[in-house]
Design a binder for this molecule. Structure first.
Ligand code: M6R
Length: 369
């Protein structure tokens, strides 16, 4: 049942190329345009929207943080992202022209369901991005876009996360398409790029062996920090969450630009710090800033574990361990950058002798508020 893997989590990590391909299937027309008719919201309704609020928990919330970059960049619609457990307790400003996008693997998360009900009471439209057909949240939403990750058994979300990202990109690109935002060419190029992602994720999976060795060597550490910028920031948060839930270690993700505003005080001799580096070509300015951050923390003794685009020679000299990922457009980088972090957490937890698929204190779907 685990397909020859030791854990469901490893099986699900390995299934990611297929999960991403399935989530794209049937959604790109022969002319390269997106077709999302299953969504149940008319193009006119989607054109009338003037604000999007993405609401989710845990890993799904991290997908939402990445969605914001895509929605604002491609579709030009203002977008906020909120933890479902906070959403309805802060009087969010909602009306008919607000689209609330909820992201949930299980479709049963109580915090998220309560957010759906609250948004609909305020007459906002609710679009659910969900992995489980016919679950409660899609049933209570106005529209649904299913991810096709297939059943996810391990408590730690992996393939569902990647397919949630794909669904978020599809929503952002579809909004751009029907609203005719100025990035027309970019939109069709990104759609072509998305089709390449399963092959790129395959490449990452073929080259993760050194990540496993690294993870095993860190099994006695007490704390790991994760840094990123732009869409790499939510990737850092996701890397830290995986490590917390599986390895029961203190792990924290920061926006690298915030280092000097406090977190750099945490750096001490030998502290492992994982850094997700933006593309040196697509994101020159942020890339160079993060390379300086890596030099700063290394000078203070950090052990730097650097996830960077293949051929990034500027960062290589400052990486104690360099993990290369394929070059993809900036906004899509989380699809490849997250994979080594999943493997890292899984292997480290296994090295500590933990139950990877059923971590202590956690449930696969959290049906209480
Ligand atoms: O089913 P959902 O996507 O609504 O679940 C949300 C979170 O409970 C979930 O992502 C949780 O954080 C995972 N264990 C993360 O690996």
């Amino acid at each position: 049942e685990k397909g020859g893997h030791d854990y469901f989590m490893l099986k699900e990590i390995a299934e990611q190329p297929r999960a991403v391909a399935d989530t794209l299937l049937g959604r790109v027309g022969a002319d390269g345009q997106l077709v999302l008719d299953e969504m149940r919201l008319s193009d006119q309704e989607l054109r009338d929207i003037n604000k999007i609020i993405v609401v989710a928990c845990g890993t799904s919330y991290h997908a939402g943080l990445i969605a914001k970059y895509a929605i604002e960049h491609w579709a030009g619609v203002p977008c906020e992202v909120e933890l479902a457990s906070e959403f309805r307790y802060r009087d969010p400003i909602l009306n008919r022209d607000t689209l609330v996008v909820v992201i949930t693997q299980s479709g049963e998360t109580m915090d998220t369901l309560m957010a759906v009900r609250h948004a609909r009471e305020q007459r906002s439209r609710v679009l659910a991005i969900c992995n489980v057909n016919g679950s409660t949240i899609p049933r209570e939403s106005d529209a649904v876009l299913y991810t096709h990750a297939g059943p996810e058994i391990a408590v730690a979300s992996t393939k569902a996360f990647l397919t949630q990202l794909v669904a978020c990109y599809l929503v952002a690109l579809y909004l751009a398409q029907i609203r005719g935002t100025k990035f027309g060419d970019e939109i069709s190029q990104v759609i072509e790029w998305l089709a390449q992602i399963p092959a790129r994720v395959e490449e990452v999976l073929r080259t993760v062996e050194p990540v496993r060795a690294l993870a095993r060597s860190l099994a006695d550490e007490r704390c790991v920090l994760f840094l990123g910028r732009h869409v790499g920031f939510p990737v850092a948060l996701e890397g830290a969450l995986k490590l917390k839930e599986l390895a029961y270690m203190h792990a924290e993700g920061f926006a690298a630009g915030e280092l000097k505003h406090g977190p750099i005080a945490l750096i001490e001799e030998g502290l492992p710090v994982v850094v997700v580096v933006p593309s040196p070509i697509g994101q020159r300015v942020l890339h160079d800033k993060i390379v300086s951050n890596i030099q700063e923390i290394r000078a203070r003794g950090a052990m730097t574990i650097v996830i960077a685009e293949e051929g990034d020679s500027a960062v290589a000299p400052y990486a104690d361990t360099l993990i290369s990922i394929p070059a993809v457009p900036t906004l899509l980088q989380p699809l490849v950058a997250t994979v080594p972090l999943q493997v890292f957490a899984c292997e480290l937890a296994a090295a500590k002798g933990h139950d990877v698929d059923q971590p202590r204190n956690l449930a696969k779907s959290v049906t209480v508020e």
